[in-house]
Design a protein around this ligand. Structure first.
Ligand SMILES: *Cc1c(COP(=O)(O)O)cnc(C)c1O
Length: 466
């Protein structure tokens, strides 16, 4: 039987310089808890016959227990998945202008709902509505927490207890449980499906219009495409039909960038400008997809309809905070100068990064990776990769990229998983993905000024082989 009385007291451990430092870091309550938990663990082990360790071992254990407390849960990572707008990794990385605006809004009181001219109460939407009107050509604009909320608010305000006509080809599910029929039901609107999965015609809509119809709606299919024998009704025809019946025509654009992506060789995405131009009365889109801004849902369109949305008490529930508005304003500002957008807007810079530049970065970093993994039975080489845009963009539209493929020598299937886990355990976790027996690291989203940080921490991997 181990002598439990040889275990030091809580007070004795609390007086140790290492634990004193922990008190400084986390406070006395947390440090005491860490000491108690460690002592309890060794007491239990001692009852099973394990000898009591020396004090240095105990202290090291207390210290290790405290490590997770110093790391935030919302950690910065390296996104080497090859998906630029990765929903699970926070979608768009914000430009420096937005980061500065966020810091200023967080640090200081700010004119969130305050009219600096009159000294009276202001409207938080006014922070971005002029910019949105200028950039989209719409009469008015409002902002909510995300695009799902935008669609919800719109349906609940304009179509509660009424019917909304949508093509069967557009009854989509976006990842993360956004399903058009479900949102419709929760908003209190009745979905009227028309046409078929692959083909919907104007007469399908026309025949479905009744006295109960609230609106015609189009949902941008975003993350999937139907090819072959297909037909969708052009927006301008749907708008004309809706207006003939005095109904609004609304479009959920999903991603909705405010610039013409073709200009940079990216696949065309319909813009709110085009949609408004085609006669849509309201258009909704996300702030953190191709727009490259913070999570938000933006609604632009007819002034009278926007006014109705803003009067709905749900708008109060779905409103955004000052941090979001600060970032959104800064990002929208960048759109005023489209010529420099691909350099200044981080998400667009990553999407348009030329393959040769990515390959050159891979050539610089390959020796560092090879050295870090030298003790393992693997090969690491530079390979051509195809990045994805992500966030509801078509998965078939791929961007030529480059990065590393790490492959085990011989049949060691567990090894790749272990390397992948070790990359995730680095101070700034590196997220790649395994495909066809190789661990792939796409370097598209590793910015030049981050290469040093990335390379410096790789040496921590060298313990893997032992
Ligand atoms: C992404 C998307 C949504 C949801 O937008 P969030 O900003 O993620 O809430 C809704 N509709 C479409 C068509 C989308 O692509």
């Amino acid at each position: 039987m181990t002598d439990l009385s040889r275990l030091p007291s809580v007070d004795r451990l609390l007086a140790h310089p290492t634990v004193v430092a922990l008190v400084e870091l986390h406070g006395r309550a947390v440090a005491t808890r860490l000491v108690r938990e460690t002592l309890a663990e060794f007491r239990a082990a001692a009852r099973e016959g394990t000898p009591i360790p020396d004090e240095a071992t105990l202290i090291a254990k207390v210290s290790r227990r405290g490590t997770p407390l110093t790391q935030p849960k919302l950690r910065a990572v390296f996104n080497l998945t090859g998906t630029v707008l990765h929903t699970n990794l926070g979608r768009a990385v914000l430009p420096e202008e937005a980061v500065e605006a966020i810091a200023s809004a967080a640090r200081n009181p700010c004119a969130l709902e305050y009219d600096l001219e009159s000294g009276g109460r202001g409207d938080r939407d006014d922070i971005v509505s002029d910019l949105l009107r200028e950039l989209t050509g719409a009469e008015a604009a409002t902002v909510v927490n995300n695009n799902a909320a935008a669609v919800f608010l719109l349906l609940n305000t304009l179509a509660q207890k009424k019917e909304v006509i949508v093509s069967r080809g557009e009854l989509i599910e976006i990842g993360g449980a956004f399903r058009v029929p479900d949102i419709m039901k929760r908003a209190g609107a009745k979905l009227i499906e028309v046409g078929t999965t692959n083909r919907t015609h104007l007469k399908d809509f026309a025949e479905a219009i009744t006295s109960r119809t609230a609106m015609l709606m189009k949902v941008h299919a975003s993350n999937y495409a139907i090819h072959g024998f297909t037909h969708a009704v052009p927006e301008s025809e749907l708008a004309a039909l809706a207006h003939e019946h005095n109904l609004p025509f609304v479009v959920d654009l999903g991603s909705g960038t405010l610039t013409d992506l073709d200009r940079w060789g990216l696949p065309h995405e319909p813009t709110p400008q085009e949609t408004i131009g085609a006669g849509a009365d309201l258009v909704t889109f996300s702030g953190d997809k191709l727009l490259g801004g913070p999570q938000a849902g933006i609604i632009v369109g007819r002034k009278d309809l926007i006014a109705k949305l803003k009067k709905n008490p749900l708008k109060r529930c779905l409103r955004v905070g000052k941090i979001t508005l600060a970032a959104l304003e800064a990002v929208l500002h960048l759109y005023r100068d489209p010529d420099r957008l691909d350099q200044r807007l981080t998400a667009l810079r990553q999407l348009t990064r030329p393959e040769p530049e990515i390959r050159t970065a891979a050539e610089r970093l390959l020796p560092v990776l090879q050295t870090a993994l030298a003790t393992l039975p693997i090969t690491a080489e530079i390979v051509a990769l195809k990045s994805q845009i992500g966030s509801g963009s078509l998965p078939v539209d791929r961007l030529p990229s480059a990065g590393f493929a790490i492959r085990p020598q011989g049949r060691k299937s567990g090894l790749l998983k272990r390397i992948e886990a070790s990359l995730r355990a680095l101070p700034r976790p590196v997220i790649g993905h395994i495909e066809d027996g190789a661990l792939l690291l796409d370097l598209r989203c590793l910015e030049a000024n981050e290469e040093h940080e990335f390379a410096a921490q790789l040496s921590a991997l060298s313990g893997l082989g032992t």
